[in-house]
Design a protein around this ligand. Sequence first.
Ligand code: AKG
Ligand code: FE2
Length: 317
Amino acid sequence: MEIPKIDFSGLDSTNPSTEKWNSVRPQVMHALSSEGYFEAVFPPSPPLFGETVKELFALPLETKKRNYYGPEYPFHGYIGGLPSLDGFESLAIRDAPRPNAVKMFAEQLWPEGNSNFCDIIDPVAKHLYELEKIVRRMVLESLGVTKYYESQNESLWYLFRFSEYQPPSKEEKGKIDKKLGYHAHQDTNTLSIIKQIQTDGLELKTRDGDWIVITPSPDSFIVMAGCSLRAWTNGRVHAPYHRILVGGETTRYSSILFSVPSENELLKAPEELVGENNPSLFPPFDINEFTRFCASEKGAKADDMLEAFCAEKNAKA
Ligand SMILES: O=C(O)CCC(=O)C(=O)O
Ligand SMILES: [Fe+2]
């Protein structure tokens, strides 16, 4: 099974009235409203990016653990050693597209700084940020609510995550074909832009319940909607389930840029997207409260995390 492939080359989020823009926009909206994902071709492919990400994970554990943003934010920095995901490790740069964020991350890991790392990672963070803005602007335009684009730009923040997933060990080889890198989930945030570095492993679930294995390609990224965009659009976009399964012998690396709603305001659909013919599907909610629900046992068991969360919220109200 194939996923839609959309060519973004040459597009610019600040120049949205070109012929190409107008032809790409309906493809984006169609893909996000039907299955919630697509492959975006958006060159140039970042040189040395993969090697640089791999080198991060070769650092000593104590060094990686310095990627920490405080006790309130355990999932913003280093993650590793999870009992149920023993082959998974991850590091993240908060606010990566903003000036100096990559530099500050580099200083967490290398006290003397690492300009080489910054020179490679910084342009990729900005490139993905640009793609996120193009996609989001197209969604808002398609729904007739472009007027919220600038204020959304101001309130969203970004997390740039790098992950490593081990293949099955020698002992596991006889028993399992593929090792679970990350269990099936929906993203809680707005949009996620994934770069699989050489090795596959990402699987996306269709609305019909089939899993599609996504093959990496140097010039392209996978764009996927999360539950926050689903809620903000009052259900016009779908937030797909996805998981990571790693077979073979090769360790898998990926990077993901997440756009995330501000924790300082309640998430709710704009009034234009709610009305007599479009009843409100989700009550206004706090993104941190939702994320905590998703991480809880109840949330993990839910067939649909956003619906389960909202049902619980409505029941309490
Ligand atoms: O590593 C990937 O390709 C995606 C991982 C993922 O789904 C996530 O971190 O939310
Ligand atoms: Fe995810």
